[in-house]
Design a protein around this ligand. Structure first.
Ligand SMILES: *Cc1c(COP(=O)(O)O)cnc(C)c1O
Length: 394
């Protein structure tokens, strides 16, 4: 009898042979600079908890208070009976923090993209996308029925070429880019892209998942970083990274936000953010609104770590943000490096194809404001030891 799922065994075997099988580790402690992973205490170099907010006492307290008042579940989608006063408070505070006209929250950043892109572009429209945009943008584009074109990564001249080539052939234009590219840590040339969006009358959308809480004054994101307030129609953000909780949002033009209340499918057809998540997100926006301390510490830590890694002789790519890709090339080497680091008490996962191109495997180190100088030194020591052992540095 044939096995209709035999192809899965074969495909999994292929992944394992090529070093591309993802081994998922289990975390048994709160998120922080150190984690208990599969029973072992290790230095955390791979979470997106940039500011150390994931286990911050104020967030925990706010979540508990909210549970006492509202319970846990939202009970419905936002448009039926799931909109709590907490959701509206979060959206007001996010808009104020971002200096945007309005904001709308979603269950995740992924959902924010799936909601927004098909609501803005349909048959007869054209979406123009950076070739390295995040998977959730790619999926959002696929869900829309619009035509699509890609431009070379972070290349405004190539974007202009694409816009020129398609000029006059579509009803509406939508340009989409990541703000900070998560695997390389480089920043989209949003100032130049905004000029082109105006010239070609395109709607402009930036997904700033890795820039929120990181870039701009006190972590206000990429629009603030470039001083482009009012010139970017849509900023997608996530509350799952620097904000330390889970959830996504769109901040920007109030007409677009109103439209997403009517036509953002995950908003209409998937239940609202839960009570504790929403309350904890409010607390993280409050913390960022009050002080730039955590964001400043994040950047100090990142500058120190990146400088020392370069001094050791590692290739850390061209990151402009705290994301630090340690370039290793072959996926198998990256996996070997990662498991040796783990034995040395450092948790840094290997990232390979399809998350990054073939031959560009790496360990992506995520620096956090929660790391102390001693933590970073401990990490550097382990990188130096394993790097020499595996012939990556001299
Ligand atoms: C992480 C990420 C997302 C997804 O955000 P979640 O809130 O985790 O769903 C979307 N876009 C980009 C660019 C990201 O890096």
């Amino acid at each position: 009898m044939g096995d209709k799922l035999a192809w899965i065994d074969e495909s999994l075997e292929d992944l394992k042979e090529s070093g591309l099988y993802t081994h998922i580790r289990t975390i048994e402690s709160p998120q922080g600079p150190w984690l208990v992973v599969d029973g072992r205490k290790v230095l955390n170099f791979c979470s997106n908890n940039y500011l150390g907010l994931a286990n911050h006492p104020r967030l925990v307290e706010k979540a508990k208070e909210a549970i006492d008042r509202y319970g846990v579940g939202p009970g419905a989608v936002r448009t039926i009976a799931g909109t709590l006063s907490l959701h509206l408070e979060l959206e007001r505070k996010l808009a104020a923090f971002k200096g945007a006209e309005a904001a709308i929250s979603f269950q995740s950043g992924f959902n924010a993209n799936l909601a927004t892109i098909p609501a803005l572009a349909d048959r007869g429209d054209l979406i123009v996308s950076d070739e390295l945009n995040h998977a959730s943008i790619i999926d959002g584009v696929r869900l829309s029925r619009a035509d699509r074109a890609v431009y070379k990564h972070c290349d405004a001249d190539d974007l202009k070429r694409v816009l020129e080539e398609h000029k006059g052939k579509h009803r509406r234009l939508l340009i989409i880019t990541d703000g900070v590219f998560s695997m390389d840590g480089d920043i989209a040339p949003l100032d130049k892209i905004a000029d082109l969006a105006e010239e070609y009358e395109a709607i402009l959308m930036v997904d700033d998942a890795h820039g929120e809480g990181v870039l701009g004054h006190g972590g206000r994101g990429i629009v603030d970083y470039f001083g482009l307030h009012g010139r970017v129609d849509i900023e997608v953000g996530t509350m799952s990274k620097a904000f330390g909780v889970v959830g996504g949002y769109v901040a920007g033009n109030s007409k677009i936000v109103e439209w997403l209340h009517q036509r953002g499918r995950p908003f209409l057809f998937s239940s609202a953010m839960t009570v504790p998540d929403t309350a904890a997100c409010i607390a993280s926006v409050d913390i960022l609104q009050e002080s730039t301390e955590l964001v400043d510490r994040l950047w100090d830590n990142a500058r120190y770590f990146k400088g020392e890694m370069q001094r050791l002789g590692f290739d850390i790519g061209h990151s402009q943000t705290p994301i630090t890709p340690v370039m290793l090339g072959e996926a198998r080497l990256a996996q070997k490096f990662s498991s040796r680091l783990y034995e040395e008490g450092v948790f840094g996962t290997a990232i390979g194809y399809p998350t990054v191109p073939k031959g560009k495997a790496r360990i992506r180190v995520m620096i956090s404001a929660a790391h102390s100088r001693e933590d970073l030194e401990k990490g550097l020591e382990a990188f130096a030891k394993v790097g020499k052992e595996l012939g990556v540095i001299g």
